[in-house]
Write a protein that binds this ligand. Structure first.
Ligand SMILES: Cc1ncc(C[n+]2csc(CCOP(=O)(O)OP(=O)(O)O)c2C)c(N)n1
Length: 429
């Protein structure tokens, strides 16, 4: 088994290219078997196996820093940095964390858990590096789902000012926990399907270059054409116009192609975004078919993909889900808002029943709460369903909203707080 021979980054770098596919396969087999016992984040991890191997082959970890957004997709990184044996105690008290933890390993360069933070954190590390005259690389890996969070844009806005190398890897699998939503997701979709533009641009340049005298003059002219024409040829113009070089899209399951583009990114003296296309759940049929269900799972049967044990009682979330549907029938002004967690919060059924009164705003808790307050101000009765942990992203507005006594908030999951009852709580509609 190749995986067992990997003791550190040197072995990964020295592995012959023809063995990389086998290594990726072995990692996937290990992840599926291991998570089927302990539970954990499966689909996201299966999607980044090759990307993680490519990062280890291209960069010098742990001197170079890789920051994983959310951090739920860092399992392969944990395996390759010598923590494979600890997976038996994944996410158990005192055991291996399901997220990067600096205390756990020097390979974990930042503790994460909340979404959309990796560009800010990476940028801070890169700025610290530059001020102290150091010379390592910083790579922030962010998902297309996490790119729906406002903080990512604040960070991109500042990354554009970087005068030294800073690499952002956009891991684009079209999925948040559920299907990704919003305008950026549509934009990325255009880039994905427009991958031919890169080839076309290169082909045109290559062909012209072969015509003596005329060729290079024409290439020069093409380079100076107006933006509107450029947009036809250059994907990622949104990033390019901000001052962030765009590279890609590249197949996130092709290790050689990934290494090539990451090496290219390493040589730039400013911020660069590498657009990587991956498949969530890659290599395990039930997870490929239903990546949302396999985002985070309890123990399951590997053959069938079925949960090892179903509870005998309806969960709190199921009760909430049913109640919301009943209330939705009764009160036509009731609307429901989720920040990218329709399944986890129990709003999926409401969304199916009342699509025009359901809002998945992406990983944008602050926007969810404030837009709900706006809806309340307009006369609607909004319910924002959000995990209490992620409500921290908008504490101030949460209190303002509570004081305004118009809008409801429901906190479930991680630390579940239950209904925050206001004057207009369900039943008073
Ligand atoms: C602020 C915040 N809100 C919600 C979540 C819950 N959450 C964890 S992962 C995830 C989806 C992330 O999607 P993406 O960045 O595309 O990563 P993928 O899982 O697809 O690899 C969400 C909504 C979170 N971690 N942080």
């Amino acid at each position: 088994m190749i995986l067992e021979q990997i003791k550190g980054t040197r072995e990964i770098k020295e592995l012959p290219p023809q063995e990389l596919k086998t290594l990726a396969q072995e990692i996937r087999t290990f992840l599926i078997r291991s998570i089927s016992h302990t539970g954990g984040h499966l689909a996201s991890n299966l999607g980044v196996v090759e990307l993680t191997i490519a990062l280890y082959r291209t960069f010098n970890l742990p001197e170079d820093k890789v920051i994983w957004d959310v951090g739920h997709q860092s399992y392969t990184h944990k395996i390759l940095s010598g923590r494979m044996a600890e997976f038996e105690e994944l996410r158990q008290y005192g055991g291996l964390s399901g997220f990067p933890k600096r205390k756990e390993s020097p390979y974990d360069s930042f503790d994460t858990g909340h979404s959309s933070t990796s560009i800010s954190a990476g940028l801070g590390i890169a700025q610290g590096r530059d001020i102290q005259g150091q010379n390592y690389k910083v790579v922030s890996v962010i998902g297309d789902g996490a790119l729906t969070g406002g903080m990512a844009y604040e960070a991109l806005n500042n990354a554009a000012r970087m005068k030294k190398n800073f690499i952002i890897v956009l891991n684009d699998n079209k999925m948040s926990i559920s299907e990704n939503v919003g305008g950026m997701s549509r934009y990325l979709n255009g880039l994905r399907t427009g991958s031919g533009y890169n080839d076309l641009k290169k082909n045109v340049a290559d062909t012209l270059d072969r015509i003596p005298m005329v060729g290079s003059a024409m290439i020069d002219k093409i380079k100076r054409t107006k933006n509107s024409i450029k947009q036809l040829f250059i994907p990622g113009m949104l990033f390019e116009n901000m001052g962030i070089t765009y590279l890609g899209p590249v197949d996130g399951h092709d290790i050689q192609a990934l290494c090539k583009v990451l090496k290219e990114a390493q040589n730039l003296d400013h911020a660069v975004l590498v657009h990587v296309i991956t498949k969530k759940g890659k290599g395990y049929k039930p997870a490929e078919k239903n990546p949302s269900r396999f985002h985070g799972v309890g123990p399951f049967d590997v053959e069938t993909g079925k949960a090892a044990q179903e509870g005998n009682y309806p969960s709190y979330t199921e009760v909430f889900s049913r109640k919301m549907c009943q209330l939705g029938e009764r009160y036509t002004r009731l609307v429901a808002v989720t920040a990218a967690m329709p399944d986890g919060t129990g709003l999926t059924a409401f969304g199916k029943k009342f699509p025009e009164r359901f809002f998945d705003v992406g990983i944008a808790e602050a926007h969810a709460v404030t837009s709900a307050a706006g809806m309340a101000a307009s006369g609607l009765k909004p319910v924002v369903a959000v995990y209490s942990s992620f409500l921290q992203r908008d504490m101030i507005r949460f209190f303002t909203m509570s004081v305004s006594r118009t809008c409801l908030c429901f906190c479930s999951g991680q630390g579940g707080a239950g209904w925050k009852r206001r004057r207009d709580a369900p039943g008073n509609f």
